[in-house]
Ligand binder design. Structure first.
Ligand code: CLF
Ligand code: SF4
Length: 404
């Protein structure tokens, strides 16, 4: 059975030949990522959700989220300027299948403008069996699935948790659920003629010796190639203290696995808004300077930034999306600063607070002690001490974050 991609236009073989990731000699062609997928349905132990999905992107990078209409408009601008553009990819900043409505709409809108363009998508695979038919119908010809283990026990060490059909799972149970869906999804789309690549994050002490087994298994399920990528530890994540994957060991592993299946050696771990050839990213030219941020505010009433960090029993969480400040929610925490007798427990309580706001880029407080400020910094959360009205404080903070 083969995929029906508005056929007379381009065969799947031609699309693969002009896809710069699937074919290393197609380096003269450009791809464009549209960052329309902010949410994720799993929590990988190497991921900080302040940034783009690390399963496909470079760690520590944040892309500006677009609506489907904005993605279409940006595509039209890029298409005009980048004549060698062959591929539109969706690789985050979260998981495309956790944002399927936005992904679907974006593809439909872009297809109306340019029916000949190749569509590519990268997912953690949890929801692949649910959306596989829609993916085929939309004419997405190339799909990447990140599979970091084919043993649920090992998978259970890679994910902090997965959110599956509204429920959180962790450990081996999570590893089992996601693996079943990844492999059945991979088998299904491969049978339908989609060309699939499997990304594997090589993590020392977790799955490094297991990588050849993953490659063999995904080959059996129909994968066209694998892309073994390095772990780059990010501060504030469970794997922050693991070593970065050694480049030599990585290349040796790729060479070893090449005997079983085609390997990618030229991946750039690019941004969720990357544009251009793999060698020359020109996304900066097409980006406005506004990034997206999540900011926690310590406030007594929700009007002013007027609460000491240690006295906060709740934080007001705001998202700044494309420069617009939006209130998201209130989050409760245990106070840690109850008096001198509680001092020995402070350590844990600071950790509780940090966990409550770990997905935030910054926290705004009236004052904070040296110890919590230090711990927040280590977790990658910037702390700003000020007395101000909340919106005004956030605006000032965003300026500081943009300039830094
Ligand atoms: Fe993008 Fe990924 Fe498609 Fe390529 S990237 S969704 S397959 S169009 Fe390419 Fe970038 Fe490596 Fe990805 S270099 S991170 S492999
Ligand atoms: Fe992060 Fe990507 Fe894993 Fe989601 S799938 S937790 S965005 S690395």
């Amino acid at each position: 059975m083969s995929i029906d991609i508005a056929s007379p236009i381009k065969s799947i073989e031609k699309r693969t030949l002009s896809h710069p990731c699937y074919n290393c000699i197609a380096h003269k062609y450009a791809r464009m990522h549209i960052p329309v997928a902010p949410k994720c349905n799993v929590s990988c132990n190497f991921c900080s959700r302040k940034y783009d999905c690390v399963n496909e992107s470079r760690p520590g990078v944040t892309s500006q989220i677009l609506t489907p209409e904005e993605a279409r408009d940006k595509f039209n601008i890029v298409k005009e300027k980048v004549k060698n553009l062959t591929v539109v990819g969706i690789a985050g900043p979260g998981d495309p299948l956790a944002n399927f409505e936005e992904v679907k709409k974006s593809i439909e809108l872009i297809k109306e403008e340019s029916p000949d363009i190749t569509f590519c998508l990268s997912t953690n695979g949890l929801m692949l069996p649910f959306y596989a038919d829609e993916i085929v119908k939309l004419g997405i010809s190339h799909v990447t699935i990140t599979i970091n283990a084919v043993d649920p026990k090992i998978g259970g060490r890679v994910y902090k948790f997965i959110n599956y059909l509204g429920k959180n799972f962790s450990g081996e149970e999570a590893g089992d659920i996601i693996l079943n869906n990844q492999l059945s999804g991979l088998r299904y789309i491969s049978q339908k003629g989609i060309i699939s690549k499997v990304n594997i994050v090589m993590i020392k002490g977790i799955n490094d010796t297991h990588v050849p087994e993953i490659v063999k298994k995904v080959k059996e399920c129909g994968a066209y190639m694998t892309n073994i990528i390095p772990l780059i530890p990010i501060p504030g994540t469970v794997f922050e203290n693991l070593p970065a994957t050694d480049e030599k060991e990585l290349n040796n592993m790729r060479k070893k696995c090449q005997l079983d299946l085609k390997q990618m050696f030229h991946c750039k771990q690019c941004r969720a808004d990357a544009i251009g050839t793999l060698e020359n990213d020109i996304s900066k030219k097409f980006r406005n300077n506004k990034n997206n941020y999540r900011i926690a505010v310590s406030s007594k009433t929700g009007v002013n930034i007027d609460q000491h960090f240690g006295h906060a029993s709740e934080f007001y969480i705001y998202d700044v999306i494309n420069g617009q400040i939006k209130f998201k929610e209130k989050r409760n925490v245990n106070k840690y600063c109850n008096g001198i007798e509680d001092c020995e427990k402070q350590e844990d309580k600071i950790l509780d607070i940090i966990k409550t706001i770990e997905d935030c880029n910054a926290v705004l407080v009236l004052r904070a002690g040296f110890e919590p400020a230090n711990r927040l910094k280590k977790s990658g959360i910037r702390i700003f001490q000020m007395y101000d009205e909340i919106n005004s404080g956030i605006e000032k903070t965003v300026k500081l974050l943009e300039n830094n």
